[in-house]
Design a protein around this ligand. Structure first.
Ligand code: NAD
Length: 480
């Protein structure tokens, strides 16, 4: 997998069960110290070609029984448990995520693998009501689900372990072979995942890993017709480009959001609602697709919420993510933190006020609360992807629903109320892939369906849904 090179490891590309070096390497920085954390061998066009050819050949020639796929995925989950500290430290260093959250991500990845293992054993078609059309009395019909073939997985930097798990584990559970391109900023934890799968007994060729920059490796992957399906998580810009370049082949896209959360005046526990809304805006320095961004608050409780929100934001310890006491580490790069700072400055110039935070030191961005914002400010209408939440008062709940929906995105939303009827209204009215009542947009259960509408993407993840996306339904009819 990797070899020592001074202090940092060099990691290769996984092709046909071997870790192969390309002609060139790139550096993965420790996002807190900015020192080289790992060197990654780049896959050139020839290596990417080999990876795809091998995945295709393996798919055609080697079959792993469902029970064996179940065993391999479970064994890998067990290995992740045994290697938890090593993987968590890799996530912590390559992402800048706090060590506590990094451990949480490994735990989630383990659950994603276990659920995927279980799905391997229950892939099923259905009996078909062929007698519902006259003239078919002598016939029977049913469907089976078959793997699509070679799946290309392209992953983002922010949850490099669990979001890779959400693609790789169901793909293997379904009987596909995979070519994975991890995010170039954070490839190490995905490489550790691939090694654990090999150690768990995954036959060579079922998972190939090609490393490199999106603009270099991406086009080679996208044009290759041997790939049957693309599963992408990342930015809407790249997602749209992938959809436009992959023709009639299957694509699932898990993209961005600017998650709205509404706190109504009748909320049962205001302290809990504010604590959740504000702190879940700072998960991974706000770099989560369902991170809380817009908080709509009924005017009766607005001032109280501003005060409580400030307390929550100010209580965050910003700093070295490897220290247990740190709540928030650096953003992915200084440039990204500068971009966020610019957006805050633009908002202030247009009349917004800082309730808490708003300052930056290198890539460390202080947890920020803004008020007096308007819908056209970037911090409101774009995906802010930084530890910044905005609090907006409303008078009428219809106004809040309309504002929450007035977005090009539609991934998840949160709504806090103690009125059951209103909760049901929110479930109907909010145009999102998921609506969490009395919880925040950031709440996600890995075993459940997850995915957005509008510019937030197409298709669902969650092991059961992903297995469905990664299999084709084949109809069989029989003349008796
Ligand atoms: P990104 O789009 O910059 O990169 C994602 C991946 O795409 C990387 O592996 C990158 O190398 C690759 N890529 C870049 N250009 C490419 C090209 N031309 N062809 C093929 N691949 C290419 O996204 P990011 O900055 O890593 O992640 C942040 C984004 O991901 C945010 O918008 C966030 O909301 C989104 N995201 C969504 C979800 C979800 O489940 N909906 C989860 C996490 C992150």
């Amino acid at each position: 997998m990797g070899e020592q090179n001074g202090v940092a490891n060099t990691y290769g590309n996984l092709i046909n069960g071997e870790w192969i070096k390309g002609s060139d390497t790139f550096v993965v920085e420790n996002k807190y110290t900015h020192e080289p954390y790992a060197y990654i061998s780049k896959a050139d066009e020839a290596l990417v070609d080999q990876a795809i050819a091998n995945a295709q050949e393996t798919f055609k020639t080697v079959k792993i029984p469902a029970t064996k796929r179940y065993e391999i995925l479970l064994k890998a989950a067990k290995l992740f448990g045994e290697r938890k500290e090593e993987i968590a430290l890799a996530i912590c260093r390559e992402v800048g995520k706090t060590i506590t959250d990094a451990r949480g991500e490994v735990d989630r990845g383990i659950q994603t693998f276990i659920a995927s293992a279980e799905e391997a054993k229950r892939i099923t078609g259905q009996g078909m009501p062929i007698h519902g059309q006259p003239g078919n009395e002598e016939k029977m019909a049913f469907t089976v689900r078959v793997p699509v073939g070679v799946v290309c997985a392209i992953t983002p930097f922010n949850f490099p372990f669990n979001l890779t798990a959400h693609k790789i584990a169901p793909a293997i559970a379904a009987g596909n072979t995979v070519v994975l391109k991890p995010a170039e900023k954070t490839p190490v934890s995905a490489i550790l995942m691939a090694q654990a799968l090999l150690d768990a007994g995954l036959p060579k060729g079922f998972l190939n890993v090609v490393n490199g920059f999106g603009h270099e490796v991406g086009p080679v992957l996208l044009k290759d017709e041997r790939i049957a399906m693309y599963t992408f998580t990342g930015s809407p810009t790249v997602g749209k480009m992938i959809k436009s370049q992959t023709g009639i082949r299957k694509v699932t896209l898990e993209l961005g959001n600017n998650s709205p959360n509404i706190i109504h005046h009748d909320v049962a526990d205001l302290d809990r609602a504010v604590q959740l809304c504000v702190s879940r805006g700072y998960v991974n320095s706000g770099q989560a697709c369902i991170s809380v961004q817009r908080i709509y608050v009924h005017r009766d409780i607005y001032e109280e919420v501003l005060e409580k929100a400030k307390q929550v934001a100010d209580s965050f310890v910003v700093g070295n993510p490897e220290e247990e006491s740190t709540n928030i580490g650096p953003m992915i790069s200084v440039q990204e933190a500068e971009r966020a700072e610019k957006w805050v400055q633009e908002a202030i110039n247009a009349g917004a006020k800082i309730v808490a935070g708003g300052t930056r030191e290198g890539a460390l961005f202080r947890p920020t609360v803004l008020s007096d914002v308007t819908e056209e400010m970037k911090v409101m209408c774009e995906e802010v992807f930084a530890p910044i939440v905005s609090i907006i008062p409303y008078d009428d709940i219809e106004e809040a629903f309309a504002a929450a929906n007035a977005s090009k995105f539609g991934l998840q939303a949160g709504f806090f109320t103690s009125n059951l009827q209103l909760a049901m209204r929110a479930a109907q009215e909010l145009e999102f892939g998921g609506v969490n009542i009395n919880d925040v947009s950031t709440f996600r259960v890995d075993i459940l369906p997850y995915g957005g509408v509008k510019d937030s993407g197409v298709g669902k993840e969650g092991p059961r849904s992903t297995v469905e996306e990664m299999t084709d339904e084949k109809l069989i009819t029989i003349h008796i």
